[in-house]
Design a protein around this ligand. Structure first.
Ligand SMILES: [Zn+2]
Ligand SMILES: [Zn+2]
Length: 270
């Protein structure tokens, strides 16, 4: 008789790890210079524990339905449900998943696929995938950051992956090699929207965006990476950018905001 196995969750980044009988020795994602280990040392929790203290708020965020955990957990992002005739996409992911959340999203048509911008939001993606019987699209360049491997994770390669109804995953890079944004041409009343996670980070004034290698540790990106991100989104039409947190969205002229922001950033770094 061994010790029962659990999928431990890192309390700082919210990423769930593969089954183990004891907590992992460290979190690779938090040890990376783009994140940080909690000030009181590495802490672990589990989904069962989290369900006792946290719930998800499901609400509208500029025309999309979002799910975000209350009280805030780990990085505090919210996931967005893009409802589409061919099936819904869950954009980015959160750690807490409970029956109430599953019921609410099923009532909105469920989840056909999950697409994630970068490793900081891998959260408990395998739980979500099993709950909705949906594949998870993760860029292959970030494969080494997947802490709970699963056959449902589909590593896509290259610069773009077409989903359906015009929705397309675009590799922008920057913050992570496989940093992904999703273009949703039907968004913003048909003028197009970009779901950006923090690959293009919506600034606090919500009229500009920024781009960083690390947000918590304030490590900027070189000019060549900024050019690459701008070039990746330049062919797309979008008036709106959905950022990573509740209401952190650029709600008009978002493409102009990306151009202006890239120029400003490059001036600042010389
Ligand atoms: Zn972590
Ligand atoms: Zn991040």
């Amino acid at each position: 008789m061994g010790v029962p196995e659990t999928c431990y969750v890192c309390a700082t980044c919210g990423v769930q790890f593969a089954h183990s009988s004891t907590p992992p020795s460290s979190c690779d994602i938090c040890e990376d210079e783009r994140q940080y280990v909690g000030w009181s040392g590495q802490r672990w929790t589990t989904l069962d524990e989290l369900r006792k203290s946290h719930r998800n708020e499901i609400r509208e965020d500029f025309g999309l339905t979002g799910a975000g955990t209350k009280p805030t957990f780990a990085i505090g992002q919210r996931a967005l449900l893009v409802q589409s005739a061919g099936g819904n996409v869950l954009w980015d992911c959160i750690t807490v998943l409970d029956d109430e959340t599953a019921r609410a999203l099923r009532a909105l048509g469920g989840v056909k696929a999950i697409a994630i911008s970068h490793p900081h939001y891998y959260s408990s993606m395998v739980e979500w995938s099993r709950c909705f019987d949906a594949p998870v699209y993760v860029h292959a360049s970030d494969r080494r950051w997947v802490m709970r491997p699963d056959p449902a994770i589909e590593f896509w390669i290259g610069e773009r992956k077409e989903l359906w109804d015009g929705m397309t995953l675009v590799r922008a890079g920057g913050h992570f090699d496989g940093g992904t944004v999703m273009h949703w041409p039907a968004g913003a009343e048909g003028t197009g929207a970009l779901l950006a996670g923090d690959i293009l980070q919506v600034a606090q004034d919500r009229r500009w965006v920024s781009f960083m290698y690390s947000y918590p540790n304030y490590i900027p990106l070189p000019a060549a990476e900024i050019d690459r991100i701008v070039a990746a989104v330049e062919p797309l039409s979008f008036d709106v950018i959905y950022g990573a947190w509740w209401d952190r969205n650029v709600t008009s002229d978002a493409k102009g905001a990306v151009r202006r922001s890239a120029e400003r950033y490059k001036r600042a770094i010389g």
